[in-house]
Ligand binder design. Structure first.
Ligand SMILES: Cc1ncc(COP(=O)(O)O)c(C=O)c1O
Length: 458
């Protein structure tokens, strides 16, 4: 085996995953102390370059393959570029057979209606990345397709016995579960889905149609935290493989989600050129973490120009639950209270994050009440991927926004009537955050802002 162009390393303790491990998803030291352990794919920046967006390649897992750990693992073991492409293409065909569509780069456009409604100038405006037509109707499949490709590479490399595979497992009652069921079924893997009692019966029915085993987990009095997530934990302890979209359970899932961020980078060249703000709705935080990491890598690889400027990355949560905003404020309190340009500096941010990540429970605390909101996809008790997201906000001078139910409803109405896209209230929550920032004068008329329409109305 030659040296792969990426490694999997824990951002909490520095543990490096064994390249022969077919399941390098969760840090073995997680849970042994109070540190925040997330296995993170780290690129060897000297060994890769940002792929050419003009290649005409429409499958993001093919277009951005040279940045993927599964590609590095495959080619280091003698699987050719053509062999890897065939593997991805045939998995994608199986996804299309199951869901009626495979993975294709998603649309990105300036919405004249939204830009006018929010009072932007002709030079500024609102750009929409539309994920509602993606596999299973949201961006979630991206996270899991990346994991499936990795598992398939491991099987092809002889490191995983296809006849003796463990079950996959996830805790979710919405888009992540649907995406997991489609992708697992396309790959021929058995999947268990843990759901709360309030799970939508239509979704539960679809999960069963896709051959997933659905287990309902009631809340228990006095027990904090999401009951489905707690049950998932037990199942993982018994050997199930985390097929989840939460970094602490499966760090490699973040990488598949990064395809969305890479697409944004390619889209920028053909569209607004530069983005001033990116506003991301946050539940567990994997989506925002993936965006932060993708943009940072693109900047490091020179894909955002010679003196790259990342957009300010803002997050949106609801008054129903905003554990990320609280964690952000606790980390912010560790930093000097200066607001000059470029403040706080990257060194200070990294030191504060290292302190916070070593004492996770003091910074990321589960939301004490069962959360409720019209944006049901962002009601996680905990922001599992808080560390990468808080750091991304601090480094780009973004902000954690908390929006009202009225704003979420108004944003959804504007999103649907303005663009004609049948986005759901979770999927348009970022627009709610933008409306709030415009009201407060925090986003200028000439600013270029991107929002992600992440889920379709069901
Ligand atoms: C449509 C939609 N958008 C955004 C999110 C938030 O993603 P994350 O949980 O990775 O923060 C979710 C999560 O379920 C979702 O379903």
């Amino acid at each position: 085996m030659t040296r792969p162009a990426s490694t999997i390393r824990c951002s909490g303790c520095g543990h490096v995953a064994d390249p022969e491990d077919p399941f390098p998803f969760r840090c073995p030291r997680a849970g042994t102390d109070d540190a925040d352990h997330v296995l993170t794919r780290v690129l060897d920046l000297a060994a890769v370059r940002f792929p050419d967006g003009n290649s005409g390649e429409q499958d993001p897992f093919v277009r951005y393959r040279t940045l993927m750990h599964s590609y590095h693992a495959a080619t280091a073991r003698g699987i050719s570029d053509a062999g890897y492409r065939d593997l991805v293409t045939s998995l994608d065909a199986a996804v299309a057979d199951t869901d009626g569509r495979g993975f294709r780069v998603t649309p990105f456009f300036r919405s004249a209606e939204l830009s006018d409604a929010l009072g932007f100038s002709a030079g500024g405006g609102v750009w929409v990345k539309d994920e509602t037509g993606n596999v299973s109707g949201s961006h979630k499949g991206r996270h899991l397709m990346g994991v499936l490709i990795y598992l398939t590479v491991m099987a092809q490399a002889g490191l995983l016995d296809p006849e003796d595979r463990p079950d996959l497992a996830i805790a979710s009652c919405g888009n992540a579960a649907l995406a997991a069921a489609v992708v697992a079924s396309a790959g021929g893997w058995r999947l268990t889905v843990f759901v709360p009692p309030e799970a939508d019966p239509v979704i539960a029915g679809r999960l069963s149609e896709l051959q997933a085993k659905v287990i309902t987990c009631p809340r228990e009095p006095g027990v904090r935290g999401d009951p489905a997530y707690l049950r998932l934990h037990e199942e993982l302890g018994r050997g199930a493989v985390p097929f989840t979209t939460q970094g602490p359970q499966n760090g490699l899932a973040i990488e598949g989600g990064q395809t969305l961020g890479y697409e944004l980078v390619t889209d920028l060249a053909a569209g607004p050129g530069v983005l001033d703000h990116l506003i991301v709705q946050v539940g567990g935080g994997a989506l925002a973490s993936a965006c932060v990491q993708a943009l940072r890598e693109a900047a490091d690889l020179g894909a955002l120009g010679r003196s790259p400027r990342l957009p300010r990355i803002h997050t949106v949560q609801t008054y129903g639950a905003h554990p990320l905003e609280q964690a952000y404020e606790r980390v912010r309190a560790l930093l000097p209270n200066t607001a000059g340009p470029g403040e706080p500096g990257p060194g200070a941010v990294r030191r504060a994050m290292a302190t916070a990540a070593a004492h996770r429970s003091e910074f990321m605390r589960p939301w004490p009440e069962p959360p409720r909101s019209v944006a049901t996809g962002i009601l996680d008790d905990e922001t599992y991927d808080w560390r990468a997201v808080v750091e991304g906000m601090l480094l780009t001078r973004g902000r954690p926004l908390v929006v009202t139910e009225d704003s979420l409803v108004a944003a959804n109405e504007l999103a649907v009537t303005g663009t004609g896209i049948p986005v759901d209230p979770t999927g348009s929550a970022g627009l709610g955050g933008l409306m709030e920032m415009r009201r407060r004068g925090e986003v200028g008329d000439d600013d270029r802002v991107a929002v992600l329409f992440t889920g379709v109305r069901r």
